[in-house]
Design a protein around this ligand. Structure first.
Ligand SMILES: *Cc1c(COP(=O)(O)O)cnc(C)c1O
Length: 420
């Protein structure tokens, strides 16, 4: 095969502004509500948790937001990321579809998450914050924030879901190597396996209790999706280089909605493009949740957000795609699904590993279990194209690599992987 499979942008072509989807949404976003009064929250309510620049980004109607030079200098360590045409997967499937993926696994932490960790650490540093707290499930977000805090000389304390803390030591080691402190959550109950919602409560409680400390969230919020739009902005330019006018379908796995939002939002106003979210059927927020106000955490300390939710006390079964085990979802993604602009599908774990392994055997790369969900969606779309004889362009986000998830592949290879 002599045909080109990689479409790179020079370092000088890194996007210098983020795309803000808020003014282009099909309906206005319902405001977050104060957990005590149930009145809309204002900037001052959020000030104990976030620096004002991020609070402004959370609410602004400006269509584009400039990326600070200090942030670009760090993102350039790995951005722009490659756009890859998965020709060998196309061949393996015998599909006329053209499959492209944006490879976000090339970042220092191995996923898309540093795209927002870096600007969040930057705006906190600028604001005089000395210390950040956060939660992490399997450790993808915690390690991304640990990397970013090291760049800006900020202290970082990570509350890690206890089950992962005990069973998945490698990302804890990454965080500690980048200089962060990691503790198992919930801190007040050593017998509890923990959950993302409970770890958020621990991290928020710590941040509001200290003057020098802010809190940082790796997904769900508007400013997080904003920072991730770099992915889609670059992809648009790279698809043009590949000779494609537009993708027919854009696909991403959906936990809190940030990698999906990052690749999909820049295509949102193009009505030719279908947008597709893939989630686990054991945590089917978009496909079976209720569109309603709910808390972001278990203890009910965060503002209420209007989103698809399974209930803030929902504890999803333990699956290997830890990053997709969240009871709620980004309000922006939820609204797009509710308004019919985005579709959603759910798959059981075994089907996503079938897809991840097929990808690994054809394209070579071993995806994160979360990314395996997107690949499942892509393969099914490619098979539909084969059945219908359509040469559609499918674009998906390769949100991370699976090198620290090999025990999950071992379970799959040995026939021990169960569907919850
Ligand atoms: C965290 C994570 C996800 C899910 O989070 P989103 O905010 O929905 O993107 C997906 N893929 C990888 C590799 C992750 O680390």
């Amino acid at each position: 095969m002599t045909e080109q499979t990689r479409f790179d942008l020079p370092q000088s072509a890194i996007p210098t502004a983020w795309y803000n989807a808020l003014p282009d949404l099909p309906e206005p976003l319902a405001p977050p509500l104060h957990p005590g009064t149930r009145e809309p929250v204002g900037p001052d309510d959020l000030a104990p948790l976030f620096p004002m620049a991020l609070i402004e980004q959370e609410m602004t109607g400006a269509p584009w937001i400039d990326v600070p030079g200090e942030v670009l200098d760090i993102l350039r360590l790995w951005r722009p990321t490659p756009l890859v045409r998965a020709r060998r997967l196309e061949q393996a499937l015998g599909t006329p579809a053209r499959i492209y993926y944006k490879d976000e696994s090339v970042s220092p932490a191995g996923s898309h998450k540093p795209n927002t960790a870096v600007p969040q650490a930057y705006y906190n540093k600028l604001d005089g914050t000395k210390r950040l707290t956060t939660e992490t499930g399997a450790g993808q977000w915690g390690s991304s924030l640990a990397f970013a805090c090291a760049q800006f000389d900020l202290e970082c304390k990570v509350y890690m879901v206890r089950a992962s803390y005990e069973q998945k030591p490698y990302r804890r080691m990454l965080m500690e190597t980048w200089g962060s402190t990691v503790v198992p959550s919930p801190i007040d109950d050593p017998s509890h396996p923990g959950s993302l919602g409970a770890a958020i409560s621990d991290a928020v409680r710590d941040a509001v209790g200290r003057e020098d400390t802010h809190y940082s969230l790796g997904s769900v919020l508007n400013h997080v999706l904003l920072h991730q739009t770099m992915i889609g902005i670059e992809a648009k330019e790279q698809l043009a280089k590949a000779g494609e006018s537009h993708p027919d379908v854009v696909i991403g796995s959906c936990g809190g909605g940030s990698n999906l939002g990052g690749i999909a939002l820049p295509f949102m106003t193009d009505s030719r493009v279908r947008l597709l979210a893939i989630e686990p059927s054991s945590c089917p927020t978009l496909t079976e949740g209720k569109f309603d106000y709910d808390f972001g955490d278990v203890a009910g300390m965060t503002p209420l957000m209007n989103m698809y939710t399974l209930g803030h006390d929902f504890v999803p079964p333990s699956i290997h795609a830890g990053g997709l085990r969240y009871h709620g979802d980004s309000p922006v993604i939820s609204l797009l699904v509710h308004a019919g602009r985005m579709e959603a599908a759910a798959y059981p774990q075994s089907k996503t590993f079938d897809a991840a392994v097929q990808f690994a055997r054809s394209e070579g790369k071993i995806p994160a279990p979360e990314t395996g969900h997107a690949i499942r969606g892509v393969i099914d779309e490619a098979l539909r194209c084969k059945e219908e004889g359509r040469d559609e362009v499918l674009l998906f986000n390769y949100s991370g690599h699976g090198f620290l998830d090999l025990s999950a592949y071992d379970d799959y290879n040995k026939g021990r992987l169960l569907d919850a």
